[in-house]
Design a protein around this ligand. Structure first.
Ligand code: PLP
Length: 451
């Protein structure tokens, strides 16, 4: 087993994603060596609560032996075959049928990828190809939102609204534009109700459409709840109004379900919780609970019809519909369904977390905007919650706070000065209590530091 003092060795050759690798070389990393349930264990044997389900993905929890068995069996029978050239295989057919079973009636087709970013890039190429196929090739612009996160490829990073990502490498690429995010606490006017703000925020889309011309716009893309942007839960009035605007102006509506999909909000998909019906869903992460890389773009009948009319879609990945990943994803979906995991999030652990999350964090003066939906939750660190005064250099304080959690063996994440959590969906009420008791200790330490 790797010892703690080997951690600098771990970064000798590996350039880590979203990291300052120079700092990592100086300070080393924490070595994770095994995991079970909601816990991961480092090389010192320390038990750590994974309040982020890895990267919002290990929905069924760690250590499911059944998935390892399925992967082994599939590897022995058919470790790889492609689906490019008039070929298919049973694993991908089974998975497709399962996905169609869990989606609304008008969704009957799936395009496979290996990640959320690839699902996003696939969708971007797909919506443009769709409009060209139905005789409207000028509809090319895709609208995303500031602080949205849609992955790290050139397409995904452009569509996402993370300015720090745009700064590296001249992004966004052409024909991508952004509107403001629907963050009530941060952006509402004084005395504006949540409902009023939700409508106003959705209307920013219509204003953008009118200024650019609907004949130039292919799609609007949003996460039902912005995840990496800080678990920004829009008011209930927001998504129905967005849907209305998209329909009125003949613009495709895309739900990026990479985080919200497969149970995170207490329903199979985030759009079901937030009250709208998209034309396309981009998914990954929870599709296999992170056990193997796989993503899926779910496409409704209207878009499929257009695509079929367009002849060959010149797009795909060597591992689109990889048999081992597909077999594992199929079993993962069965576990989510058969063990009523999503239903429990909706009826039991989601409401419990909401209550306990509020109780735990409302006692701290530097915390505002305490929010949860299903098993996604967040709060914002502020200097003064009444006057909505933020700390200088948005993000620095968040990292400070996040590091206190990490030191206390609890993984939460800082998204700017938003602190967020998204534990595995199998977390029990007792485990929620343990998690929040550690979190309260961490916040006391944080408050002492800031006072
Ligand atoms: N879309 C959303 C909403 C995400 O949260 C992410 C990743 O966090 C992505 C897309 C990109 O997924 P991946 O990292 O698998 O490429």
């Amino acid at each position: 087993m790797t010892k703690k003092n080997d951690t600098k060795h771990a970064v000798k050759h590996h350039l880590h994603p979203f990291s300052d690798n120079g700092q990592l070389k100086k300070n080393g990393v924490r070595m994770m060596v095994k995991a079970k349930g909601i816990y991961v264990y480092d090389s010192d044997g320390t038990e750590i609560i994974d309040g982020m389900a890895g990267l919002w993905c290990v929905n069924i929890g760690y250590g499911r032996k059944k998935l390892a068995k399925i992967a082994k069996k599939q590897m022995e029978v058919l470790p790889f075959y492609n689906t490019f050239f008039k070929t298919s295989h049973p694993a991908v057919i089974k998975l497709s049928e399962k996905l169609i079973e869990i989606t609304p009636d008008e969704f009957n087709h799936v395009f496979y990828t290996n990640s959320g970013s690839e699902s996003i890039d696939t969708m971007m190429r797909m919506v443009r190809h769709y409009w060209a196929s139905v005789g409207q090739p000028s509809k090319k612009i895709i609208i995303g939102r500031w602080n949205g996160y849609h992955g790290s490829t050139i397409g995904g990073a452009s569509l996402g609204g993370m300015k720090s990502m745009h700064q590296q490498g001249d992004l966004p690429i052409a024909n991508i534009v952004h509107i403001e995010q629907p963050w009530y606490y941060g952006l509402a006017n004084d005395n504006e109700s949540e409902e009023e703000f939700g409508i106003r925020a959705a209307n920013w889309l219509e204003e953008k459409i009118l200024s650019l011309g609907a004949d130039k716009i292919a799609a609007f893309v949003g996460e039902p709840i912005q995840g990496a942007g800080g678990v920004i839960i829009p008011p209930a009035s927001y998504w129905p109004r967005i849907e209305e605007i998209c329909r009125k102006h003949n613009i495709l509506l895309v739900s990026d379900e990479v985080i919200c999909g497969y149970g995170r909000t207490g329903k199979w998909f985030g759009f079901q919780t937030l009250g709208f019906t998209p034309d396309i869903c981009t998914t990954a992460k929870g599709l296999s609970s992170g056990y193997l890389p796989i993503g899926a773009v779910l496409v409704n009948d209207k878009v499929t019809e257009g695509l079929l009319a367009g002849g060959e879609f010149n797009h795909g990945f060597t591992y689109s519909g990889h048999p081992v990943a597909a077999a594992v994803a199929y079993e993962n979906l069965n576990i989510l369904a058969d063990k009523n995991i999503i239903e429990k999030v909706y009826t039991k652990t989601g409401p419990y977390l909401r209550k306990r999350w509020q109780e735990t964090f409302s006692q701290f003066k530097y915390i505002a905007d305490i929010r949860t939906e299903g098993l996604m939750c967040g709060f914002t660190l502020v200097k003064n919650r009444e006057t909505r005064e933020f700390f200088e250099d948005f993000g620095t304080t968040g990292l400070l706070c996040r590091d206190i959690f990490f030191k206390n063996n609890l993984i939460f994440r800082a998204c700017g000065d938003h602190i967020v959590a998204a534990p595995p969906l199998i977390i029990s009420k007792k485990e929620i209590d343990i998690m929040l008791s550690i979190a309260a200790t961490c916040m006391r330490e944080f408050e002492e530091l800031m006072d």
